[in-house]
Write a new protein. Structure first.
Lengths: 440, 234
């Protein structure tokens, strides 16, 4: 019974101290709730602002990812260099990491079906295109290698084109005219969503051979390849840049090496008539792998995704950081109120010291009191933050409930509660009993 | 058996450059079962003496044994335990914790001693019974009169079975009738339970309840009066 060193007696004391801490808070409800409010606002703003930032990040990443993962884009500067139509085969042969590749042409064509007509972007690719860009078919099939080799007048419609051009009828098997040539519709791509995957929903896909003849061009400006995974992608980029820097070095001076397989297009082969509506993703490939002085740009979408991701994450953290300042202010509120509480309860501190309370008892009590405030504020703040995010969401903002934000807010709130609780609690526990009793 | 043995206890305060001798060479021995009143004008050092006896304050020099424990060498934690085990405090303004009922207030010293709930409760009820307030144990301090509050405070001082009860002007906040009732309670505890009691007061009539009256002037024991017969205390 008199064993006061044991764990049990320690727990008995601490239980009492924690009860004293909560009754201390309850004894002044208004003051406590105002302090809690400070933390609540801080946590709610961290959660909601970071949620908005994170929402924006996810939206951008989704957009990029819809362009196809592990896709490598080789883009020639059309005035200086362009790819042979079958150069993609060479790439697949020489770069092991690239498992599939396609030449790409872009043009805008006058498209007609009965009375419906309009200018529509036409994408020329080979039959590996769906695999490279992760496309699935809504109806029919994609065109085959045979179609490509024979320059068949077949086409696959983007989802929106199919819907608007044929008024919802199943389009497979119908014929449309593209630039006054009849094309048979062999398939419709699944919907990707607005602005996703280079807006493929609004395009028509034809074999690149057909497209080249349609536009009377012999070379292409873009080749898209796909590697198996991220590692392979980086590897492939290194290999590609090595291959092309060697090739291009030769271009202006040296016309030897005929066995290299027609990598040097004569100047007249330029294609000035190519309108080149640039897909949104390949915009500024600034510090990304470039080789041969911008003659060719080799870009991996992974890099773009990573960069966008990083930029947005920094943005999110910045928002969170700004919000965390308000948490800090909330923490100062805790400190303020705890100092008041300690000086208010000086007499009580003295009495309890006289009755046998140790310094640790008081330290624990007042720390816990600060901790209670911060934890209650934190829980309420998370709920308010989630509520705010839902409001943002219902108003069309891309906001998400980010676990990271909740974690950061919780950690910051609790540590600031403890941190700002330490000093007042230390003061309370270090009051001399005599002094405390006298000052009551 | 001596509960309190003080030899050459002095206490100095420094206020800036000025040195204030609150206690000068106090020699005091209090044996088990005594009822002692400490008297003196304000500033005579009686509260300081009580604080030193109560281990709330340390002396500047001298030796002090409380129930055989040398107090000077102890650290803060040990002093807390000493206060908890050997001393029961009764204050002028009762100093009950307002948010706890009478029973819970009485339990506090036992809580710091780490005694578990059931035993604690029984001991506290017994202590409240001794001061005649068992039926009001569920009342909050604010629902009790001043005299009742002081009784609860006395129960709180008693409950841990301390070696000595230290009362600092225990009747100072009470009217004279209630004050006398409290003093009767002290006398009863002293006589029936052989409880050692040391009280500080500035009222002669209250001091007269003590069997020995120690008069302090300027931090020194000026005079010791023996009030009534010194019966055979062991």
């Amino acid at each position: 019974m008199e064993n006061n060193k044991g764990l049990k007696s320690f727990l008995i004391r601490m239980l009492f101290n924690s009860k004293m801490a909560s009754s201390g808070l309850i004894s002044n409800v208004l003051r406590t709730s105002l302090t809690v409010l400070g933390i609540t606002i801080g946590v709610a703003s961290v959660v909601s602002l970071m949620g908005i930032g994170e929402g924006a990040r996810i939206a951008v990443v989704e957009q990029f990812e819809s362009l196809g993962q592990n896709v490598i884009v080789l883009k020639a500067n059309s005035g200086v260099y362009s790819f042979q139509a079958d150069e993609y085969k060479e790439i697949m042969e020489r770069v092991d990491a690239i498992k599939s590749a396609t030449p790409v042409t872009n043009s805008k064509e006058y498209v007609r079906w009965r009375r419906t007509r309009g200018d529509i972007e036409v994408l020329g690719v080979n039959s590996q295109y769906p695999e490279i860009k992760d496309h699935q078919l809504q109806a029919g099939n994609f065109f085959t290698t045979l179609h490509v080799d024979t320059r068949s007048p077949v086409c696959v419609l983007g989802y929106n084109v199919a819907v608007s051009l044929l008024n919802g009828r199943s389009p497979v098997g119908y014929t449309i005219t593209i630039d006054d040539l009849n094309f048979t519709i062999v398939g419709v791509l699944k919907k990707k969503g607005d602005g996703k995957a280079e807006n493929i929903d609004n395009k028509i896909v034809v074999p690149y051979t057909t497209a080249m003849r349609l536009n009377d061009i012999r070379t292409v400006d873009e080749i898209w390849g796909k590697a198996l995974d991220e590692k392979d992608t980086s590897l492939a980029i290194v290999q590609l840049s090595r291959i092309y820097s060697r090739k291009i070095q030769g271009t202006p001076v040296n016309t030897t090496n005929p066995d290299d397989g027609g990598e040097m297009p004569p100047e007249e082969m330029k294609i000035p008539d190519m309108p080149m509506p640039e897909p949104p993703l390949e915009t500024p490939p600034n510090d990304i792998f470039t080789s041969g002085e911008d003659v060719i740009t080799i870009t991996s979408l992974n890099q773009l995704v990573d960069e966008a991701n990083d930029a947005n994450r920094i943005m999110t953290l910045l928002l969170g950081g700004i919000a965390a300042v308000s948490l800090l202010v909330g923490g100062l509120g805790i400190m303020n109120i705890m100092l008041v509480a300690v000086s208010e309860r000086t007499g009580e501190i003295g009495v309890r010291r006289a009755l046998g309370a140790k310094k640790t008892d008081l330290l624990f009590q007042f720390m816990l009191e600060a901790f209670y405030v911060s934890i209650i504020g934190c829980i309420l703040g998370v709920f308010v933050g989630i509520w705010l995010i839902n409001i943002f969401k219902s108003n069309g903002f891309a906001a998400v409930i980010s676990i990271e934000a909740v974690r950061i807010a919780t950690v910051v709130a609790l540590t600031s509660g403890l941190l700002f609780g330490v000093y007042p609690a230390y003061m309370a526990s270090n009051l001399s009993p005599v002094e405390a009793l006298r000052r009551q | 058996m001596s509960v309190i043995v003080m030899k050459d206890i002095s206490k100095e305060y420094r206020i800036g450059q000025i040195r204030l001798n609150a206690l000068k060479n106090i020699n005091l021995e209090i044996i088990n079962g005594e009822f002692i009143s400490i008297m003196g004008p304000s500033g005579s050092g009686k509260s300081t003496l009580l604080n030193v006896i109560g281990c709330l304050d340390k002396s500047s020099s001298g030796t002090y044994f409380l129930d055989g424990n040398s107090v000077e060498t102890m650290n803060d934690n040990q002093l807390s335990e000493i206060r908890n085990r050997f001393i029961g405090f009764v204050f002028q303004s009762f100093n009950l914790l307002g948010e706890l009922n009478a029973l819970r207030n009485v339990e506090i010293p036992l809580i710091y001693r780490g005694i578990r709930g059931k035993i604690r409760r029984e001991m506290s009820e017994q202590a409240l019974e001794k001061v005649g307030l068992k039926e009001r144990m569920k009342h909050l301090p604010s629902q009790l009169s001043g005299g009742q509050q002081q009784r609860v405070a006395i129960a709180r001082a008693l409950v841990g079975n301390p070696s000595v009860i230290l009362a600092d002007e225990p009747t100072g906040a009470l009217d004279s009738t209630t004050g006398n009732n409290i003093m009767d309670l002290f006398t009863q505890l002293n006589e029936d339970l052989n409880m050692t009691i040391v009280q500080v007061t500035h009222e002669e009539s209250i001091a007269a309840y003590g069997k020995r009256i120690i008069r302090l002037i300027d931090g020194e024991i000026n005079k010791i009066d023996f009030n009534g017969v010194l019966e055979g205390k062991k």
